[in-house]
Design a protein around this ligand. Structure first.
Ligand code: WQD
Length: 321
């Protein structure tokens, strides 16, 4: 793909996608309202439009000359989505429909969507492939699933082919240090471990140690954002070469427990991480890992940066500062 519009390109995952696209010679335009993304994450070689996906005119103008859209602009805090579903409906659903309508209007036909393992809800299996039933248990996951359903209709009716990428637990930072913005008020495990290690928090909570797992803490599939970014580049290439619409899991297939993550961080950065065992967090399944064979077969994608060492050290490099 030559001309790519990256909506949400100043965010955590979006900025890594921009880096990967630039590395692959694409001409990139970032469209972002900077609500959670930051200017620090912008690349001087990508054009930047500060705009909101609720602004149809701005979106339509941004589509001029584009061949493809990667859409990552979304609200993503699970807890908040249950408290303020209106905001999530407006931003994640209405906003994405605006994007798709602007694409249709401007004849942009290739779409890569940032979806989530949250669409599966409480899994019936601990290893999930794309054929597993979808039944989100939070409103955030519901918004992602709704968009996937709209996508199949926009493919049929508007000829927009898509790849929807269901990320498992996104972690890590660009090895070259090009992405500099830390997430504001992070809710996920690894940034919380890092904030504790860096002294931003005095202590962290481990939500439950009585799960049916070897050490009693929950197991997740942590995937490096650089690997996620690579899948976006491959998805765009796949669509450009005529590939049909797909929904694909992105994970490593390997799980790590909460205690694995804490212990490995202590070991690698030589700092103590103080924690308390707290009650279980509602809605947390004991074990969740991806079967990502389809992404491998269809996109030729294999995670290459998702060892715990690389994940933890690339993240610590930023938090250390
Ligand atoms: C991981 C593990 C926690 C914080 C979420 C979303 C999912 C997707 C990825 C976007 C769990 C435990 C966490 C803490 C802890 N998001 N934990 N103490 O819940 O697997 O997935 O992010 O698409 O939709 O639900 O990730 O990082 O919040 O938690 O013990 O302070 O760490 O209980 O077992 P999760 P997470």
């Amino acid at each position: 793909m030559t001309n790519v519009l990256v909506i949400g390109g100043a965010g955590y995952i979006g900025s890594h996608v921009v880096a990967a696209l630039l590395d692959n010679g694409a001409t990139v335009t970032v469209f972002d309202n900077l609500s959670t993304g930051t200017r620090e994450n912008l690349f001087p070689t990508a054009r930047f439009i500060q705009g909101d996906i609720l602004d149809k005119q701005a979106l339509s103008a941004a589509m001029t000359g584009q061949e493809a859209v990667v859409h990552l602009a979304a609200k993503k805090a699970v807890g908040e989505s249950m408290q303020y579903p209106d905001k999530y409906a407006e931003n994640n659903i209405s906003g994405t429909l605006n994007v798709l309508n602007a694409m249709a209007e401007n004849k942009v036909k290739a779409f890569v969507f940032s979806s989530s393992a949250a669409v599966y809800g409480i899994p019936q299996e601990s290893v999930l492939d794309e054929t597993c039933p979808v039944d989100p248990i939070n409103f955030y996951g519901f918004t992602k699933l709704e968009i996937e359903r709209f996508l199949t209709w926009y493919d049929r009716l508007k000829d927009i082919r898509f790849v929807s990428l269901r990320y498992f637990n996104a972690v890590g930072y660009d090895a070259a240090g090009r992405v500099k913005g830390l997430e504001k008020n992070p809710q996920n495990l690894l940034p919380i471990i890092m904030e504790t290690a860096a002294g931003i928090r005095s202590k962290m909570a481990v939500f439950g140690n009585d799960y049916d797992t070897p050490d009693g803490t929950c197991i997740r599939d942590y995937i490096h954002v650089t690997d996620l970014a690579d899948a976006h580049v491959r998805a765009l290439h796949y669509l450009k070469t005529g590939g049909k619409s797909q929904i694909l899991n992105l994970g490593t297939g390997t799980g790590h427990s909460v205690m694995d993550m804490i212990q490995k961080t202590q070991e690698l950065i030589h700092r103590p991480i103080s924690f308390d065992i707290a009650p279980r967090r509602p809605g947390d399944p004991a074990k969740l890992t991806a079967k990502a064979d389809a992404a491998h077969t269809i996109l030729g994608w294999t995670p290459r940066h998702s060892s715990l060492d690389e994940i933890i050290l690339s993240t610590w490099r930023l938090y250390q500062k």
